[in-house]
Design a binder for this molecule. Sequence first.
Ligand SMILES: [Zn+2]
Length: 185
Amino acid sequence: MKLVVIDPGHGGKDPGAVGNGLQEKDVALSIALKTDWYLNNYYKVNTLVTRYTDKDLSLQDRSKISNNKNADLFFSVHCNAFDGNAYGYEDYTYLTVGQATKSIRETFHNKVTEVLNKYNIRNRGMKTKNLAVLRETKASAILAETLFIDNVSDSNLLKNPSFIEDVARAYADGVASALNLEKKK
Ligand SMILES: [Zn+2]
């Protein structure tokens, strides 16, 4: 069975981005745990979450968890922040990745944005960046920036429990479709 490592960004002393009464570490944890739930309930897959609670975890340790278990996919959940005016969804892979990772990410991205389109969320596209968790992880690795926490309308969605469910379900379905996971009966 394939192994997916789900990584809620930040945690503990590191809140990540903050805005409109939200902290990125909390939003990321909530979405990641729900993504984990959807994956396990609907698909035949093994999962591991890098942190199940609000705790400190270094970037190296996140990659190590994935590398030690020889995961098939490392999926990191974050929220974006900029100047309050930027909004929308984007995801990242490392600067240079193989064809397998490219195609996994493309399938994931298309599946996720299908759902986000229902909320008229701006699709900022598929991007690449030299991020430590993407660089140091041996598995195919994707980092999703789930809207802008410092933007008023994006943060209103992030405060909406049914949006959090929908985006978590979209992430789970995106991962499943990208890895060709079998559905549970
Ligand atoms: Zn972050």
